[in-house]
Design a protein around this ligand. Sequence first.
Ligand SMILES: C[S@@+](CC[C@H](N)C(=O)[O-])C[C@H]1O[C@@H](n2cnc3c(N)ncnc32)[C@H](O)[C@@H]1O
Length: 245
Amino acid sequence: MTTNFDEIAAEYKRAKQQPWRLHLEHFTLFKLLGDLQGKSVIDLACGEGFYTRFIKRRGAARVVGVDISQGMINLARREEESNSLGIDYLVQDVKQLKIDETFDVVVAAYLLNYAQTSDQLLEMCSAITRHLKPGCRFVTVNNNPQHSVDYFPSTRKYGFIKRAHGPLIDGTPVDYIFFLGDESLEITNYHLSVETHESAFKAAGFQHITWHKPELSADIVDDTERHYWSDFLEHPPVVFIECVK
Ligand SMILES: C[S@@+](CC[C@H](N)C(=O)[O-])C[C@H]1O[C@@H](n2cnc3c(N)ncnc32)[C@H](O)[C@@H]1O
């Protein structure tokens, strides 16, 4: 189990190739992000730049990616060197994020679920509001704190399961185990309740907070295929949150 992405940077890239990433995660995230044309965007916990590059290709004018892992940022910069999009990548802990700039949009795919306490979550949320222009949005996809452990096994057919180290109370470690052919990859997140998130968002200065379930891509038209995703949609393991400063 790890939360250190330096050790697993290359394997994690493979975990992003699972079909649910495209049909649900990518689809819902970019539906919520809407028109990015000409906007300044910062992607927090950007990893190796998986979504950062999509954001730039969607027409964002200025894009910055930030991650705590030097290994992930090395991969992102390598990609930028071979196929330059004009993205700046920085190694920083979001809890102490300090960039002398504010952005039109702040994005984070799987950042908040690394906060182990309400104080750490507040540090992250405060860093986000400090770097967001007034009236602008933070959009994130994250572990869903309302996903009941009873339904954890039902994501096995999508290529991963979650495993909780105890009852789902604030601070309980929740592992994501990705099945990648003959190998598996385990990543540890931390449970924090919906109420703890709402308190941190409000204390950090967010005005409007909306939780969204994943949506299935409109490109999936076949009934059998749509039915295949029903467990994911009915008991979502991940959730999307939109906050307005
Ligand atoms: C599950 S990966 C997601 C990467 C990318 N957003 C994606 O969706 O492919 C989580 C990332 O969060 C980063 N991370 C965890 N805690 C962080 C922190 N406090 N500040 C910045 N990055 C952090 C990890 O290094 C890792 O790259």
